[in-house]
Design a protein around this ligand. Structure first.
Ligand SMILES: NC(=O)c1ccc[n+]([C@@H]2O[C@H](COP(=O)([O-])OP(=O)(O)OC[C@H]3O[C@@H](n4cnc5c(N)ncnc54)[C@H](OP(=O)(O)O)[C@@H]3O)[C@@H](O)[C@H]2O)c1
Length: 329
């Protein structure tokens, strides 16, 4: 277990963050009681921000990025895991204040690892990743708040992104009518193939709106925040449910209480770093009734050498679907 392996590490010098693919050994990883041979990791928007030192996401350096991973346990000091177990890990500070998934090995706390639900491969679980978990958690909480496929159409924003592509896939499979909002006019066919019935252009961040606009959607899954989320609050049908988890377009939210008190809309905050009992429940649904059917079209599989390039594309809002890193390459 002392053989060197490849790791994508972020370093900070005088406030400037640099990225390096390095050869390291297990003893330089953050501590933990389970060692995992990483099969796949992925790129999430948070990784892209961290890789540039933005939003104060990483505060201790050097740091291996990667907020999610799937892999095989090779050593465990915890009785819940044995060598050979296929596991997934995300959240709990992985890739933020603990070395993450962008390396061929990871060492984590056993409390953070979950056995991959039956029926999902290591690649399926990595393609879904924290993004698909966020989509599944959104759907679960929206349905707990009364949403169902006959409530009306659902809006998904940032539609070509990681969370949104899986959300479109899951929603359409479940019988929802999905409107995808995207800033990429060339991806209309791609989004329709994933299950969107309609694709609309991203609204301008300069637009001005009345407290109530024409009521259009029964539900919304919002990756973007800022002016788009502000607009969404004004265009929900009575009783409409919004799942808000993203800030790809801004962190502010300017709205009024009018849609809340006249249309009874609900705004649900989504935090994917949820307790393990909720993860287990939602992942089981993702592996069964929510199971996405277009994972092959959603995943672009890359090697560690291409990671830096794809992090930049993600930060620029130019990536599409889920970028999955095959750690054996
Ligand atoms: N709360 C949580 O626990 C949680 C969990 C996962 C993700 N997130 C957040 O959710 C968001 C989406 O994550 P992701 O992994 O899906 O990201 P992603 O793959 O980078 O997708 C984000 C999408 O948003 C759109 N977009 C990008 N820049 C934009 C801008 N300036 N204005 C408007 N739209 C823009 C783009 O889609 P189009 O070009 O198609 O419009 C882009 O593909 C991020 O903010 C992420 O940090 C939060």
């Amino acid at each position: 277990m002392n053989a060197p392996f490849k790791a994508f590490r972020l370093h900070s010098l005088d406030g400037a963050v640099t990225r390096k693919i390095e050869s390291i050994q297990l003893d330089s990883l953050s501590p933990g009681n389970v060692i995992i041979k990483v099969a796949y990791s992925s790129i999430n928007y948070k990784d892209a921000l961290a890789s540039k030192g933005l939003n104060n996401i990483v505060r201790e350096w050097p740091r291996i990025s990667g907020i999610d991973l799937t892999g095989i346990v090779v050593e465990s000091l915890d009785s819940r895991f044995s060598p050979g177990d296929q596991v997934l890990v995300n959240g709990y500070g992985l890739g933020v204040d603990h070395d993450g998934g962008h390396a061929q090995y990871a060492r984590v706390n056993a409390d953070w690892a979950m056995k991959i639900p039956q029926g999902l491969t290591l690649l399926d679980a990595a393609t879904i990743g924290v993004a698909g978990y966020t989509a599944g958690l959104s759907l679960d909480l929206m349905e707990l708040n009364g949403l169902n496929p006959i409530s009306g159409p659902i809006l998904v924003t940032g539609a070509t992104g990681g969370v949104a592509t899986i959300a479109i896939d899951m929603l359409s499979k479940r019988g929802y009518q999905v409107t995808a909002m995207s800033g990429k006019p060339n991806e209309v066919e791609y989004l329709k193939n994933l299950g969107a019935t309609e694709v609309i252009a991203r609204i301008s961040s300069e637009s001005k709106f009345k407290p109530l606009e024409k009521a259009q959607w029964a539900g919304a899954i919002d990756s973007v925040g800022g002016s788009i989320l502000s607009w969404i609050t004004r265009v929900m049908q009575p009783g409409g449910v919004i799942a808000a988890f993203g800030n790809a377009g801004g962190a502010e939210l300017e709205t009024t209480v009018i849609p809340f008190i006249l249309r009874g809309i609900r705004l649900i905050g989504i935090n994917a770093n949820s307790p393990m009992n909720i993860r287990e429940k939602v992942w089981k649904k993702i592996a069964n009734e929510y199971r996405p059917t277009h994972l092959k079209e959603i995943a672009s599989i890359i090697g560690i050498e291409e990671l830096s390039h794809y992090l930049d594309l993600t930060l620029a809002g130019k990536s599409k679907g889920r970028i999955v890193i095959d750690m054996s390459r």
